[in-house]
Design a protein around this ligand. Structure first.
Ligand SMILES: Nc1ncnc2c1ncn2[C@@H]1O[C@H](COP(=O)(O)OP(=O)(O)OP(=O)(O)O)[C@@H](O)[C@H]1O
Ligand SMILES: CC(C)(CO)[C@@H](O)C(=O)[O-]
Ligand code: BAL
Length: 301
């Protein structure tokens, strides 16, 4: 048999995506639409300090648009959605690591504008209003938060003009409001929700978890444990759900509860006694100086 003299094929190098960092709208547009090719594109909006939860969103965006599509990640800590005395100044900023992680999990472009780039005329005079759907829960604890959030999401949708925009279910009220804004104001984008990514012990990943001391990290587990206990009581009715979740939180001294609520996901108002069907069980609490939120979907019978 003749010897095969063809050189052995070099193993295929894995495709390393190089996400381009852009700081201005002009740079972003040049990088995100380098040519006229009609491909699907998706955006993942973040405030940076990326973790595995954000990575899940970016991976889902890549799956959504396919290997040839375009994925943008925005990194912008939006002052408009922070109230006085909130953690705007100490919010973690880790841009170099964010660009590296975004690239690794499938982003083509990172858009990290300055505050002046996003608000060149200073604070916007005209803003969106979240209305009654943004008044309860997070909106009650953080007045103006959702108006500021919707205003920047609308601006970023205009700038990035995506086919798909992906948001985490961890911020359930935010996701519901964005869906409602898109429907009410005829934005031409498909909003995709992505399930919450948790640590093995149940803690929902959050950029703010890095502020927790070791002890606080243990105390913070009461949030997810309470939600899981509530979910397990779903077959016994709404009152049993609230009771089971509250019992877990009551037993943890280190957690200062803001709200624990069984929510009708259509209206984002408290589910009435005797409520049956799909609901969201949500919690917000301060652990030390860090405010955390979490929620689970639940069927109440
Ligand atoms: N654990 C998670 N699983 C899935 N999505 C997440 C998770 N954490 C955040 N996200 C989503 O990532 C997007 C950007 O969120 P953001 O940058 O505020 O991160 P974060 O971790 O929620 O930060 P924060 O500590 O400010 O709440 C949002 O759509 C949010 O819902
Ligand atoms: C959607 C968002 C990026 C708007 O600033 C922010 O609220 C967030 O990170 O969830
Ligand atoms: N993840 C929600 C954005 C905020 O806390 O301001």
């Amino acid at each position: 048999m003749a010897r095969d003299r063809r050189p052995a094929k070099a193993p295929k190098a894995p495709k390393v995506r190089q996400a381009e960092l852009t700081r201005t709208v002009e740079e972003f547009e040049a990088a995100f639409w380098p040519d006229e090719q009609p491909v699907d594109n998706a955006v993942v909006m973040t405030m940076g300090a990326l973790h595995a939860g954000h990575a899940a969103l970016i991976r889902a965006a890549r799956r959504q648009v396919g290997p040839e599509g375009r994925v943008a990640v925005t990194v912008f800590v939006n002052p408009l959605q922070f109230g006085a005395g909130e953690d705007l100044d100490r919010y973690p900023r880790t841009l170099d690591a964010d660009v590296a992680l975004a690239a690794e999990v499938g982003a083509d472009v990172v858009f990290a504008p300055t505050v002046e780039e996003v608000y060149p005329n200073g604070e916007p005079v005209v803003r969106l209003s979240a209305g009654p759907m943004g008044a309860g829960f997070e909106g009650a604890s953080r007045p103006g938060h959702f108006d500021g959030m919707l205003t920047v999401v609308a601006k970023l949708l205009h700038i990035t003009d995506p086919d798909f925009a992906l948001f985490g279910e961890k911020d359930a009220q935010q996701l519901a409001l964005i869906r409602r804004m898109v429907a009410d104001l005829d934005f031409d984008v498909e909003v995709v929700g992505v399930p919450t990514v948790r640590e093995e012990d149940g803690l929902a990943l959050s950029s703010r978890n890095r502020f927790l001391s070791e002890d606080e990290r243990k105390q913070a587990l009461a949030l997810s444990r309470a939600l899981f206990a509530g979910r397990d009581a779903g077959a016994k009715g709404a009152a049993a759900v609230r009771e089971a979740a509250a019992a877990v939180l009551d037993a943890e001294d280190g957690v200062a509860l803001d709200y624990l609520a069984l929510i009708d996901p259509d209206t984002f108002t408290e589910a009435p006694d005797g409520f049956q069907g799909e609901a969201v069980l949500a919690v917000a609490a301060k652990v030390g100086t860090t405010r955390l939120i979490d929620n689970v979907g639940i069927i109440v019978r």
